[in-house]
Design a protein around this ligand. Sequence first.
Ligand code: AHG
Ligand code: MN
Ligand code: MN
Length: 335
Amino acid sequence: MTKRISLTRYLVEQQRVDGHIPAQLRLLLEVVARACKSISQAVNKGDLGGVLGVATTENVQGEMQKQLDIIANEVLIEANEWGGHLAAMASEEMEGIYVVPNRYPQGEYLLLFDPLDGSSNIDVNVSIGTIFSVLKMPEDDRGVDEGDFLQPGHRQVAAGYCVYGPQTTLVLTVGDGVAMFTLDREQGSFVLTRENVQIPPDTQEFAINMSNMRHWDEPVKRYVDECLAGKEGPRGKDFNMRWVASMVADVHRILTRGGVFLYPWDKREPDKPGKLRLMYEANPMGWLIEQAGGAATNGRERILDIQPAKLHERVSVILGSKNEVERATRYHTGL
Ligand code: AHG
Ligand code: MN
Ligand code: MN
């Protein structure tokens, strides 16, 4: 029987053997994993738990919140506020930052999350997930404010997601490659099932919401048209298409077998750079993809180099197999 390595053991070894992560970060990641387990249980109950359907509230994004968006947000706040490893949290579901209350010790990390990604899929039993990103508080010792979160993605110290699908799988990087942990429901623990994940540099599978085609910019139209032209076209090979409409599920497929994912700017809301949010969707997913040998750009520059101006700012996203992302980016920059 192959040796089972739990998430706890993997993190202890990343701390002790590789000196990669300090104890406080290890503790934080253990707590986030436990929160994801609780969210997975709530998601799995579905109608039996009375958690499906919309809440009566709208979030800062102007989107109707689903009950599970709110439940997942509360689970992450309650699990992480008392441990002493965080100074504050930021969430897709909260307008402002959540500073750790004075009754708890403050730590040196900042946790950002999309508590439930793919909300449009909750009620139709399609994979959804939680995305998280960890930054360090800037050195100076004044109190924490929103500006402390506005760091480019290359400053992340940990990033990951938990996908609630046929399996519940936690995918994580602390800057030493990408590891995947599958939840063993009988033991209630995450078990290492893949490490040093590598994305093939080429692919024949693209992911984009084709219903937006008439709104795309020329470079995206050219890239997708060439994929659709297949063997007879300039690419000389046929392509397959997937679109789950849960970024976690599309990214998990790409980490598992390669592919390219695009959610570009389009003419529907020209003043918005894209639909996806930089701080808690594009940055964590971009770092995971890069750690697995892929690439992630906004069509012009590396996602992880973007200097954020606002907590909930949006960004155009092209990520996945390196050679495809570089091609699609070249079509934008003309280089
Ligand atoms: P969220 O549910 O957190 O708002 O995220 C949904 C995002 C992302 O997961 C997915 O790739 C994209 O929205 C799908 O958008 P469309 O429904 O426009 O295809
Ligand atoms: Mn999302
Ligand atoms: Mn969400």
